[in-house]
Design a protein around this ligand. Structure first.
Ligand code: ADP
Ligand code: MG
Length: 272
């Protein structure tokens, strides 16, 4: 159930605050001796605090390239990417990344995996312990804390990966098709899970997906990209995820409005 505070959050625009990330004229060309592949071209948008942005587009349109630039894994060929008015120059704890195949240490326990970030950041022992238990709890893995990662199901591995990212208190969570490898039922459970995490943590999320329903059921905003080289062809706000939170039901997915938005996106993607 929502408090009055939460209701105010639903009603307020997510853009009342300043932008968190600003991407200006970003292009990336993959260069090798033999070829030059323009992956994305002239990308411009801002991300605002608390948004849940879902990115869609055909395979190879540059979604992962864009996410890798935001993460600081690769530098754009042109343009600038700013986080809180400071240029993103490499990887740091401000951006937590979650991939389809979580890069966890399979032979370590869940607790040890989640401890990795706090250990590298050299948090005081007591704080570290408290934080680890807090985040194990948040993702519902407290009972599995001593299990080795290889003993976990796919959904649980993703929960562990999300906890490992969130424990560093990033400004934004960057997720690259995180539920793409899960079976349908687990996938739905994980969608509900990440929606709840987003709502309770107030984090900004940048979420790449192949699945138009997933984008509409989760996002407060959808970006659609076209390929060769990737450009943003649509950028709109949407409120299905907030309806789902408000009504505690996902019946909105059967509405005419949902159906229309879905067709609109599919047409955009298939046209190009
Ligand atoms: P998406 O995630 O939307 O499927 P990517 O960002 O992975 O797309 O790739 C965009 C384009 O750039 C594709 O044509 C892909 O083949 C190419 N590409 C991706 N990574 C590299 C790389 N490291 N070197 C050369 N080309 C790449
Ligand atoms: Mg990709």
């Amino acid at each position: 159930m929502m408090s009055n505070d939460d209701t105010a959050r639903v009603k307020n625009s997510s853009r009342v605050n300043n932008e968190l990330i600003s991407i200006k004229n970003v292009s990336l060309i993959y260069k090798s001796k033999a070829s030059k592949i323009p992956a994305i071209e002239n990308i411009n948008f801002n991300l605002y605090h608390g948004e849940f942005v879902c990115v869609m587009g055909p395979s190879g349109c540059g979604k992962s390239t864009l996410l890798n630039i935001l993460a600081g894994f690769i530098k754009p060929t042109n343009g600038s990417v700013m986080l809180n008015q400071t240029e993103i120059k490499g990887i740091d704890w401000h951006r937590g990344v979650v991939f389809q195949n979580p890069p966890l240490y399979e032979w370590f326990s869940v607790r040890k995996n989640i401890a990795f970030g706090p250990m590298v950041r050299k948090l005081p022992k007591k704080t570290m312990k408290e934080q680890i238990e807090l985040y194990l709890n948040k993702v519902g893995l407290q009972e599995f804390a001593d299990k080795k990662v290889y003993e976990l199901s796919g959904g649980m591995k993703q929960r562990a990966a999300i906890a490992s990212a969130l424990i560093n208190n990033p400004e934004i969570l960057l997720m690259d098709e995180p539920f793409g490898a899960l079976d349908a039922l687990t996938r739905e459970q994980m969608q509900q899970f990440i929606r709840t995490i987003w709502w309770s943590s107030k984090k900004t999320i940048f979420f790449i997906t192949h699945d138009v329903d997933e984008a509409l059921l989760l996002g407060t905003r959808v970006l659609v990209m076209s390929k060769h080289p990737g450009k943003i062809v649509a950028d709109f706000q949407t409120d299905f995820t907030k309806s789902i939170i408000e009504s505690d039901s996902d019946n909105v997915r059967y509405s005419e409005r949902f159906h229309q938005k879905r067709n609109y996106i599919l047409q955009l993607i298939n046209q190009r």
